[in-house]
Design a protein around this ligand. Structure first.
Ligand code: SF4
Length: 305
């Protein structure tokens, strides 16, 4: 752990990685939050979180029996968020995220780095769900919030603001006042991976967290925007695991594609695909502002319908 440095917006000093419960904006974990140390722990804790939510709603578990049948209890979602944010189940990713947090990019050398898994954020009863790949090493892994503190985030939040899904067009740091409107952003893999490439084993280890979050928020979701094929595939896998019906032939990722997915309780959720707002796509013109705006505007109109 590195020596404490001042948070660039709030001034309080934090170690890198940030200690749970030390006051980082939006950190809901505490030193007592249970830590998953291997994939079996992730599986068990994620299933327990869904079962606890069902109990809170007066439904009868076991497991995911009642998943998707009622809006999430805010405390259940906060518990899940806390547990995700302290997970240590993937040794390679834990080492990478903490090494990046310790060494830092030169331009951020005077700042603390979050250096932990980046949980979902936004509404706890979203009508729009945005699914990305994983946090960026010097973006989400530094700021503790998805698509925050990097160029991809400027693109995404700019577009979200233009269509009315975000309060401002910027996303500098957790604690910057950004608010999402009926929208939640999650990643398929919650730790920053080297070269943005998680291994298949890491993807599978993290999948129960996504599945549990889907189980908790799906009852209110009308539209899902997958940013890139990785998030697209992860969402479809998660839906299948939750008993949803994916059309056959299985929808293939391409920008602008749209597919109706039936949830286990018979509702329809529309999956929309956009190219990821990575610099590789935005610098080359593969993804333009108009293209991203159109997908998000469609999600907004589905959410409002
Ligand atoms: Fe845990 Fe997911 Fe990070 Fe692996 S990638 S350590 S499962 S949060």
């Amino acid at each position: 752990m590195s020596e404490p440095l001042p948070h660039p917006l709030l001034g309080g000093r934090f170690a890198s990685p940030v200690e749970p419960g030390s006051g980082w904006p939006d950190d809901v974990a505490t030193p007592a939050t249970p830590v998953a140390r291997d994939p079996a722990d992730v599986e068990r804790q994620a299933a327990d979180a869904v079962a606890a939510d069902a109990l809170a709603a007066g439904a009868h578990p076991p497991g995911a029996l009642a998943a998707g049948a009622h809006p999430a209890d805010a405390a259940s979602l906060a518990d899940l968020t806390a547990q995700i944010s302290v997970c240590r189940a993937c040794p390679r990713l834990v080492e990478w995220r903490e090494t990046v947090a310790h060494d830092k990019r030169r331009s951020f050398a005077g700042e603390p780095y979050w250096g932990r898994p980046v949980p979902g954020w936004g509404s706890d009863r979203p009508r729009v769900l945005i699914v990305g790949l994983a946090p960026a090493a010097h973006g989400g892994n530094r700021t503790g919030r998805m698509f925050t503190g990097d160029r991809s985030g400027l693109w995404l939040y700019g577009a979200m603001n233009r269509v009315g899904l975000a309060a401002t067009d910027g996303s500098e740091h957790a604690g910057d006042g950004q608010r999402l409107t009926a929208t939640r952003i999650v990643a398929a893999v919650r730790c920053a991976p080297p070269d943005n490439r998680p291994t298949t084993a890491e993807r599978d280890s993290c999948a129960p967290w996504l599945r549990a979050e889907l189980a908790l928020v799906l009852p209110t979701v009308r539209a899902v925007v997958a940013l890139g094929s990785y998030g697209f595939d992860a969402f479809l896998r998660g839906m299948r695991a939750l008993g949803g019906r994916v059309p056959s032939p299985r929808p293939r990722f391409t920008h602008g594609v749209e597919a109706a997915i039936e949830t286990a309780d018979g509702r329809s959720v529309t999956l929309l695909a956009s190219f990821h707002p990575s610099q590789q796509n935005t610098f080359t013109g593969r993804l333009t502002e108009d293209m991203l705006d159109a997908v998000l505007a469609r999600a907004r109109s589905l959410a409002d319908a």
